[in-house]
Design a protein around this ligand. Structure first.
Ligand code: ADP
Ligand code: MG
Length: 329
């Protein structure tokens, strides 16, 4: 634990340090340092904006992560919201509520991780706010991005007969969290999926540019809950094939000794993979997509979400998705 009596950088010294590290971007005519940043607007482009809160002991525990990875994840989960629309992320805004127990070097570690992740996706830290917090560490991240006018992929738009796809593998992050909660040390791959998820920006952009998806979102609260949002918004139902849910090798290894772990892939959350629907039935064969996608089911006429074993029997998932006001994790 950091020494709370240690003299801290002044607010403006910290902001000056952030400003030096953040750099600037071609899309901005003014970045950090004034009352507002300025971004000249382009014709034929829609502005996408999203905000996420990360609160200590709800979204993360400081004993399970290091500040650099926490910074990376804070940027990544927000950038993922732009990926989920098929957009291009441009700017991040960072609000920090800092408890006295966080040292200057820890806050700088956090910012270094945040900026590293931002730079990986060509995104610029464009503004924010920095305050003391009497309680937990609080992080508020706003992301802005753009899409060609009218081409952002929304949750509504799925229709009967569309195939349902998911990128990458599911359940890794939730399994890592489960193992941490049990006092176990997760496999390094699962750990990495939990602590430093990778937003699927190139895949989202490709799907939007080629008009391949009718509806899309990123899996943050679990496949079933998130796909449920697409079904609600699109007013359709779905059938999923349990045996088609994509699983990583470390996940399958754990599943071999406990079959109930499959529910982490269905309802675990924090995968930050993309789920989308498409009238095309063979997108999983397209090798020139930037990230592997798997067809897991199809949109049905009948409302509701059914999961089937390969013999046609229904499977009932025992877990619900994550709901902040009725926590289950
Ligand atoms: P104001 O009084 O207008 O809120 P501040 O003194 O809080 O201004 O911030 C000065 C500048 O530093 C602003 O451009 C603001 O966006 C930026 N800034 C403050 N905190 C952060 C932060 N945590 N990350 C990025 N930029 C920040
Ligand atoms: Mg301020």
């Amino acid at each position: 634990m950091a020494n709370t009596d240690q003299k801290k950088l002044e607010e403006f010294e910290l902001i000056h340090w952030i400003q030096q590290q953040a750099g600037s971007g071609e899309h901005l005519s003014l970045g950090i340092g004034d009352d507002c940043s300025i971004q000249p607007q382009k014709a034929e482009r829609d502005l996408l904006t999203s905000v996420d809160l990360l609160i200590e002991d709800i979204h993360f525990k400081r004993q399970w992560t290091n500040m650099f990875d926490l910074g990376r994840k804070s940027a990544a989960v927000n950038i993922s919201d732009i990926a989920a629309m098929g957009g291009t992320p441009l700017s991040l805004f960072l609000g920090i509520g800092r408890p006295r127990t966080i040292s200057d070097s820890e806050i700088k570690e956090f910012l270094s991780g945040f900026l590293t992740e931002a730079k990986t996706y060509g995104v610029v830290l464009t503004g924010g706010d920095s305050c003391a917090s009497p309680g937990p560490l609080m992080i508020s991240v706003t992301v802005q991005g753009e899409a060609a006018s009218g081409e952002a992929i929304c949750r509504q738009g799925a229709s009967y007969g569309d195939a349902i796809y998911v990128s990458g593998s599911l359940g890794d992050s939730a399994l890592a969290l489960h193992q941490l909660q049990q006092g176990q040390q997760p496999d390094p791959f699962l750990n990495q999926r939990f602590h430093t998820p990778a937003p699927q920006v190139p895949l989202g952009q490709e799907l939007a540019k080629r008009h391949l998806a009718t509806a899309m979102l990123d899996v943050s609260d679990g496949l079933l809950a998130d796909l449920g949002h697409i079904l609600d918004a699109s007013e359709v139902g779905a059938e999923l094939n349990l045996s088609e849910i994509p699983l990583s090798t470390p996940f399958k290894k754990a599943l071999a000794s406990d079959a109930t772990l499959i529910d982490f892939a269905l309802a675990g959350g924090e995968d930050y993979e993309l789920v989308f629907t498409s009238p095309l039935k063979d997108l999983d064969q397209l090798i020139n997509l930037p990230h592997v996608v798997t067809r897991i089911g199809s949109i049905s006429q009948k409302s509701g979400l059914r999961i089937r074993h390969s013999n046609g029997d229904l499977y009932h998932c025992q877990r619900g998705g994550f709901d902040h006001f009725n926590r289950q994790r």
